[in-house]
Design a binder for this molecule. Structure first.
Ligand code: NAD
Ligand code: UDP
Length: 339
């Protein structure tokens, strides 16, 4: 059993990871500033786990608060989710993104170093690959993010590698997530985007439940089997489990582990629409519109390194992703309630 600080714990991936950490017998110290989440999410985590995370409301850019937090709890490792994640927003507000994702992470790293905590799992993204020249994408592919959000992840990867090279006591997992979807099977926690969703599956769910009229499919002329974009959708519970496995791997492995976290299978937008419609029993009206600026045709992972290093593999199939997203959507049509 270890004590793990989870930053961004109240968010989509953070909540699911807290559950997996408790299930693995760990103690959780949770930190979030609720800039993109609500207190109810943490209460739901406690309800599912039957245990209370030690929650602190605070910001990763607040050095004093972090020093106090490390002084108060005997933290063994940090899973660092806190950050901003919208590609579109990052294009219009790059400095806000660099401040949160870079300055915030640097402050966290400094406070970790001062407290002698040198184990970290960092949320990177498949976004760091930019437009991959071929698929499946392996970790050795060239990196070339095309927007400030992706660049913030890329820069953090570089800094973390520099840090581990300078101070070999650091053990770091850089997890490059593909497209997280789905929800906990209890239906109590899930993805709760503000306003109109940008991501495909939350948008489809809102069309299915009748809150949005129809899906706009961004591009029908990509060089893919049906002309729509292809992505590697991964169930958020599988993704959460990969974090627990990464903590275990950091017990064994020194240095930096850079790993793709995906299923290895790509699905097109039309395949996602058909699967969600079949599972929910709801029609998903759609129309094909122009491509979204900055989108790529096709990306899916080669997850074999994660399997070799972590002994981890995604367990949930596309039906489970749609079923669990739909259960969460039906039980929480307006997301988490406000306090
Ligand atoms: P999320 O927005 O649901 O969760 C992030 C949490 O961090 C939120 O609860 C937010 O309130 C908190 N937060 C943000 N800035 C903070 C700060 N300065 N101090 C304290 N808390 C702060 O996002 P998510 O989907 O759970 O993503 C988690 C991480 O994974 C992010 O770093 C994201 O960039 C990365 N990631 C997400 C995806 C995805 O599609 N969801 C894909 C690849 C990588
Ligand atoms: N997409 C779409 N309509 C939407 C949202 C997304 O057609 O309203 C497509 C998008 O073009 C991409 C896929 O769905 O091909 C996944 O998009 P998402 O934004 O979820 O993930 P990302 O593009 O960041 O991988």
């Amino acid at each position: 059993m270890a004590t793990i600080l989870v930053t961004g714990a109240a968010g989509y991936i953070g909540t699911h990871t807290c559950i997996e950490l408790f299930a693995a017998g760990h103690q959780v110290v949770a930190l979030d500033n609720f800039s993109n989440s609500k207190p109810e999410a943490m209460r739901r985590v406690a309800r599912i786990a039957g245990r209370e995370p030690l929650f602190h409301r605070g910001d990763i850019r607040d050095r004093v608060a972090l020093d106090t937090l490390f002084a108060t709890h005997a933290i063994d490792a940090v899973i660092h989710f806190a950050g901003l994640k919208s590609v579109g927003e990052s294009l219009s507000e790059p400095l806000r993104y660099y401040d949160n994702n870079i300055s915030g992470s640097l402050t966290l790293l400094e406070c970790m170093g001062r407290a002698g905590v040198r184990r970290l799992v960092f949320s990177s993204s498949a976004n760091v690959y930019g437009d991959p020249h071929t698929v499946p994408v392996t970790e050795s592919f060239p990196l070339g993010p095309t927007n400030p959000y992706g660049r913030s992840k890329y820069m953090m990867e570089l800094m973390l590698r520099d840090l581990a090279a300078a101070e070999p006591a650091w053990r770091i997992g850089l997890l490059r997530y593909f497209n997280p979807v789905g929800a906990h099977e209890s239906g109590l926690i899930g993805e709760d985007p503000h306003g109109t969703p940008n991501n495909l599956l939350p948008y489809i769910s809102k069309v299915a439940i009748g809150k949005l009229e129809q899906l706009n499919i961004f591009g029908g002329d990509y060089p893919t089997a049906d002309g729509t974009g292809v992505r590697d959708y991964i169930h958020v519970v599988d993704l959460a489990a990969a974090h627990v496995k990464t903590l275990q791997a950091l017990e064994r492995e020194a240095g930096v582990q850079t790993l793709n976290v995906g299923t290895g299978t790509g699905y097109s937008v039309l395949e996602m629409v058909a699967a969600f419609s079949r599972i929910s029993g709801c029609a998903i009206p759609f129309r094909i519109v122009g491509r979204r600026a900055g989108d790529i045709a096709c990306s899916y992972a080669d997850p074999s390194l994660a399997h070799a290093v972590l002994g981890w593999r995604a367990q949930h199939d596309l039906d489970a992703m749609c079923r669990d997203s739909w259960r969460w959507q039906q039980g929480n049509p307006d997301g988490y309630p406000d306090d």
